[in-house]
Design a protein around this ligand. Structure first.
Ligand code: GDP
Ligand code: IMO
Ligand code: MG
Length: 444
């Protein structure tokens, strides 16, 4: 065969291969804690590979299986399936101490890590990042962001400043000691001279973290290559989102956001794969809205109904234990998420929490002071500050729905509520959560 035709044939077969690569992404559509862990766990049962590609141990993902609760922070939620390959990509920031703590506590419950891999390019959260996260928040006073104080922002700052320490460095003691000494000296100057904080003992940190490096070394591998090879072999890949769209550094409520890209596109740069491998993007929402930390929240309920939702829904942070702020479902922000993530479907959790709340409201649009109505989420807080939510009211429901086995079994009022959300968000609601257990999901 003429060489050029052979090349064309090869390219065609590669194209076919790319098109059939079955990879899905699960992302948060609100301000986090939408129940991504539960949805990821359900989809992971059908996946060969689960990948985390951004964020760090600021995430708290809950998986409930037959009354057993697992709270995962950095380790992908697929870890509960022993044959699933669980990968931590280059875009993640890894706290070695916390990572090992999570390995130990899950290990004590019989979880195996034979299939866990960490990309050597991932940046390491060092003690100075955690110290500086706390000090900068304190310095901001009333204008603080309300971070999780896990050192996330300062670690991403160093990554983009090009002075970060990566997992590769951590597992090579000489490289690590040299980099940690140089960076540590600078960080100590900032901690003491700018913030008036206490100097860190860099040599003690090097000693402690070198030991962590020894434990982590066996997990280190090139995640980009592993995912590429898995995709070529036709394996099912799932990308596990952490945080959420409204916490995205560009498309969230800046500056009250996290320092990574939780949107679907973040998966490609955070793993080292091309977008053509993705064929399904699932957005997770709650049937109402919550937020931890500071920042705007147009539909927030600072009243008894808000308290009722918080208490019924157990709305207290998985990572920090802080009470979550609560409010009505905001279709403006979920529509924004449908757009910026290119969602193919939605999963709506915690419908059961709304049982017995009374009339339910859905925010359909925002109203500006001049009376004009806007349907798209404004790009800046300044524009958002002038907006008031426009609500549609729905009759509430009192029936216990946590035992329903199909969408059709739900009371009419519940079905109407879900169908209205679907219409307003412009995206198919494919799953409805009616309880925390992996079995409490109604697939449509
Ligand atoms: P994530 O960060 O998005 O994974 O969510 P979190 O785990 O931080 O918070 C979600 C909480 O809601 C957890 O306690 C879950 O067990 C719980 N949950 C998830 N889905 C449902 C649901 O449909 N109903 C109820 N009642 N709880 C749910
Ligand atoms: P999961 O994956 C909810 C919030 C913090 C704070 C802001 C910045 O469980 O949904 P950071 O420590 O990241 O610099 O804090 O982001 N935040 C989350 N809120 N769920 C999360 O993760 C979050 N991760 C960060 O509360 O407002
Ligand atoms: Mg969470």
């Amino acid at each position: 065969m003429c060489r050029i035709f052979q090349i064309v044939k090869n390219v065609k077969s590669m194209k076919g291969m790319v098109q059939t690569m079955p990879a899905s992404i699960v992302v948060g559509t609100q301000w986090g804690d939408e129940g991504k862990g539960k949805i990821i766990d359900i989809i992971a049962s059908r996946a060969d590979v689960v990948v985390r590609s951004q964020g760090g141990n600021n995430a708290g993902h809950t998986v409930v299986n037959n009354g057993e609760t697992y709270k995962l922070h950095l380790i992908p939620s697929g870890i509960l399936y022993k044959d699933t390959l669980c990968l931590i990509g280059a875009g993640v920031v890894l706290d070695p101490k916390d990572f090992i703590g999570e390995l130990d506590s899950l290990g004590a419950r019989g979880v195996s890590f034979d299939n866990l891999k960490v990309d050597p390019r991932a940046h390491v959260i060092m003690p100075w990042h955690i110290t500086l996260d706390g000090l900068s928040e304190q310095f901001r006073g009333n204008s603080d962001i309300g971070t999780t104080k896990r050192g996330i922002g300062p670690t991403y700052m160093d990554k983009y400043e090009r002075c970060g320490i990566r997992v590769y460095d951590l597992i090579h003691p000489e490289v690590f000691a040299e980099k940690a000494r140089a960076t540590g000296k600078l960080k100590n100057a900032i901690i003491t001279k700018v913030y008036g904080g206490e100097e860190l003992d860099i040599e003690a940190i090097i000693k402690e973290y070198t030991e962590y490096g020894k434990r982590i070394a066996k997990y280190v591998d090139d995640v980009s290559v592993i995912v590429y090879e898995a995709a070529k072999a036709g394996k099912q890949i799932m990308f596990e989102g952490a945080q959420a769209t409204l916490l995205d550094i560009d498309f969230g409520t800046y500056p009250y956001v996290t320092s990574s890209h939780p949107v679907s596109a973040g998966v490609c740069v955070g793993t080292g794969v091309g977008p053509m491998i993705i064929n399904d993007i699932i957005g997770v929402a709650k049937a109402y809205t919550t937020r931890v930390g500071k920042g705007p929240f147009p539909t927030e309920l600072n009243n008894e109904t808000g308290d009722l939702i918080r208490n019924r829904g157990g709305e207290f942070g998985t990572t920090t234990g802080r009470p979550r702020r609560t409010g009505w479902f905001d279709a403006v922000i979920v529509r924004h998420s449908v757009r910026v993530n290119g969602l193919s479907k939605l999963a709506v959790n915690k419908l059961d929490t709304l049982c017995g709340i009374g009339d339910l409201k859905i925010c359909t649009a925002y109203k500006k002071p001049d009376g004009s109505i806007i349907k798209d989420f404004p790009p800046t807080l300044e524009e958002l500050a002038d907006c008031e939510p426009v609500y549609e009211t729905f009759p509430g429901f009192d029936d216990d729905i946590s035992g329903c086995r199909s969408f059709d079994e739900l009371p009419e009022l519940c079905k109407k509520y879900i169908l209205k959300l679907e219409e307003l968000c412009g995206c198919k609601i494919a799953m409805v959560g009616i309880g925390p257990d992996r079995s409490q999901i109604l697939e449509r």
